[in-house]
Design a protein around this ligand. Structure first.
Ligand code: SAH
Length: 374
């Protein structure tokens, strides 16, 4: 990992490059291109996630999160007749905490543990190093994209806060047609600013769902990158069986709204300031992802909240069990962590889980099983 100083300098240098790019682009820089460059800059700086970093994710809050996902994976494997080989992939593993917790929990089921082959999809070289350190007892295989994940075994493909980092296009309804939001250089003000231009990819307008009835100025977000990945994952699961589980924040039904956001030091920040030095994300359109995956031969299970997902796997019982073995200080922290992960006022309701399984397979993913299949 770079030292914080070098990391900050790296991000700043990339940020300056992005600003130069905005100044040089005659038609403005699309929000998608901006996000892609800003994310690459930010993750190259490898600012720490976690309590001391810019934002904290569920696996970093508590080991219970990874334990529940391990349980979910082991249950599916059991339902599928305990295949001897499992391709377990995580997309965007951050510091590797979730996978480390899954592998530790997997020791409870030796046959499951023995079947696991771990693959990580990660573009940041700095984070790959952090993942290697967190997972030093195994030899994971890293991939630049989901395209190279092997399709020769029962597959469990998981992600937490991966899709929110992928670039979106922002369509703006103006004068009775969809235009595109972009970023231009405001010469008078001397800083970047949002503007509107004709759609760079006219085909995007046809991808807005029928039920959307925009008013003047409304924004509709489409993430072509996320949809392409969901399609690839759908094709993957349709071939190998198994499941894809994505946990992220977003909306279950496609809707208008500007959800582009920047977070720095646990606070919302201005998207166009400190470019490359803050985390830039957008809410995930789960309906669009499910649709893309379903086209490829998978069934998508209705989206459920993180609260429902974790509760149905027994996180409260696990919290009580942990509290019995904890130090007095930990004993106070465990209910707080549980609350943060599951309370609707914290991460319980904004964060959601979506799952795809192969069409026709007789498996019922835990937490989703009492929902009607899509
Ligand atoms: N899952 C982790 C980290 C979330 S942050 C956690 O919950 O703590 C997003 C992660 O996705 C980072 O690891 C980042 O480097 C990675 N990432 C972002 N864009 C990516 C892309 N296009 N391909 C692969 N990984 C990407």
């Amino acid at each position: 990992m770079p030292t914080p100083d070098t990391a900050a300098k790296t991000s700043k240098r990339h940020g300056d490059d992005i600003t130069a790019c905005i100044r040089a682009s005659a038609n403005g820089l699309g929000v998608d291109a901006f996000m892609q460059m800003a994310a690459a800059a930010y993750y190259a700086g490898a600012k720490p996630f976690g309590r001391e970093g810019d934002f904290i994710t569920s696996p970093e809050i508590s080991q219970m999160f990874g334990e529940m996902i391990a349980l979910w994976c082991a249950d599916l494997w059991q339902q599928a007749g305990k295949p001897g080989q499992i391709m377990l992939a995580e997309l965007g593993p951050g510091r590797g905490t979730l996978m480390a917790d899954i592998l530790r929990t997997a020791r409870n089921w030796p046959d499951f543990q023995a079947a696991l082959n771990v693959h990580l999809v990660e573009t940041s070289p700095q984070l790959r190093k952090a993942q290697a350190a967190a997972l030093d007892s195994i030899q994971p295989v890293w991939h630049d994209s989901v395209d190279t994940l092997p399709r020769d075994a029962f597959s469990l493909i998981i992600s937490n806060e991966f899709f929110d980092a992928l670039p979106i296009c922002q369509l703006v309804w103006q004068g009775g047609a969809w235009q595109e939001r972009c970023i231009v250089w405001d010469d008078a003000a001397g800083h970047p600013a949002f503007a509107v231009r004709p759609l760079a990819d006219a085909a995007l307008a046809a991808q807005v769902p029928q039920h959307i009835a925009p008013a003047e100025g409304d924004i509709f977000e489409i993430s072509p990158a996320s949809r392409a990945i969901a399609r690839t994952l759908g094709t993957h699961i349709a071939k190998t069986g198994g499941a894809c589980l994505a946990i992220d924040y977003g909306h279950a039904r496609s809707a208008c709204g500007d959800t582009l956001q920047a977070v720095s030091k646990h606070k919302y920040a201005c998207v166009l300031e400190n470019i490359g030095q803050q985390d830039i994300t957008a809410h995930v359109d789960f309906a669009a992802l499910a649709l893309a995956a379903a086209g490829a031969g998978t069934q998508s299970w209705p989206v459920i909240t993180q609260e429902k997902f974790l509760n149905s796997l027994g996180i409260s019982a696990r919290a009580e069990q942990l509290a019995q073995k904890a130090t007095p200080q930990q004993r106070g922290q465990i209910p707080l962590d549980l609350h943060r992960l599951t309370a609707p006022s914290a991460m319980g309701s904004l964060f959601k889980a979506v799952c795809w399984t192969r069409a026709g397979d007789d498996i019922a993913p835990a937490g989703f099983q009492d929902q009607e299949r899509g």
